[in-house]
Design a protein around this ligand. Structure first.
Ligand code: URA
Length: 287
């Protein structure tokens, strides 16, 4: 790969907050390249007819050097001062860049990469934690029991509030795109590695609001240690996009979660729907 392009790519990922790059131990050294140009302020794609061959992302593979032990560090994925994503970024390009991702240990047991689904022009994005068994089978987010509850919550709440919005009208994705074994919580480094793709997805989608489903998604997006009970029901910001954390549907399915949590989740969703879809729009401070 051309050294300048590699440099731009690495700078881009560094600016996204990705701190670790895993390189195959026996990777061939870079071929001799012309001297490195002065660093660009932001990743720039060179417009040149005929177009250059599409740049491949750096090959990031798990190697024996990766610490495969479970990490306990809280995620600090998404500081609010991220630079913009590359010009002309698209969901298709992001998915292509993921490829047959082998960047973290979650690739070992997954069947399918669950990228996200829904309306790419949606004003509302839901972010969950990571795929479960059904999602891993089908390659789609939130299609199992929790997904059915989420669908009902969206469809029923929107219907009751007078919005003609249904699940296919919103966009849904997860912090990690591969199923963690036994549905365990994703590790901080797994979320950091996969977070570069979530971050790019959100920057491309540019929704009016994000609904973070559960503590893991909320913490990943907002970099806080606070529990979901404290965070829910209040607006937070990811870059300049309002984020409403609420309970994860899996939690609401537990017999122990109780009526209060269910009512609160419905209230949170109502707030989000009104903020996103009220016409004329009202300021965030109204909600
Ligand atoms: N739980 C999640 O967080 N995401 C899914 O896609 C399914 C269940």
């Amino acid at each position: 790969m051309d050294r300048d392009l590699l440099k731009q790519y690495l700078e881009f990922y560094r600016d996204l907050g990705v701190k670790s790059v895993f390189v195959e131990p026996n990777a061939a050294p870079l071929a001799a390249a012309p001297p490195v140009a002065a660093p660009a302020a932001a990743p720039v794609r060179t417009p040149a007819p005929p177009p250059p061959p599409r740049m491949e992302p750096p090959v990031l593979r798990p190697t024996p050097q990766i610490d495969m032990s479970r990490s306990t560090e809280p995620s600090k994925l998404f500081p609010s001062d991220f630079p913009v994503s590359p010009d002309n970024d698209t969901l298709v390009k992001i998915r292509e860049d993921m490829g047959d991702c082998q960047r973290c240990r979650l690739c070992k047991d997954r069947k399918t990469i669950v990228f996200g689904s829904g309306n790419e022009h949606s004003r509302l994005v839901f972010v969950g934690e990571g795929p479960g068994a059904d999602e891993d089978e089908q390659g789609l987010p939130f299609v199992g029991r929790a997904g059915q509850l989420l669908t009902q919550m969206i469809d029923n709440t929107a219907g009751k509030e007078g919005f003609s919005i249904r699940r296919p009208d919103v966009y849904i994705c997860n912090v990690v795109k591969c199923r963690p074994p036994e549905n365990r919580t994703p590790e901080a480094d797994e979320m950091e590695i996969c977070g570069q793709f979530l971050s790019r997805q959100l920057m491309v989608l540019k929704p009016r609001a994000i609904c973070a489903l559960g503590g893991t998604a909320a913490k990943a997006l907002l970099g806080t240690k606070e529990g979901i009970t404290k965070m829910r029901g209040k607006w937070h910001m990811w870059r300049e996009i309002p984020v409403m954390p609420t309970y994860h549907p899996s939690y609401l399915l537990r017999p122990t979660s109780g009526q209060t949590a269910k009512r609160e989740a419905w209230e949170d969703l109502k707030k989000v729907l009104h903020y996103v879809y009220d016409d004329p729009p009202r300021p965030l401070s109204d909600f």
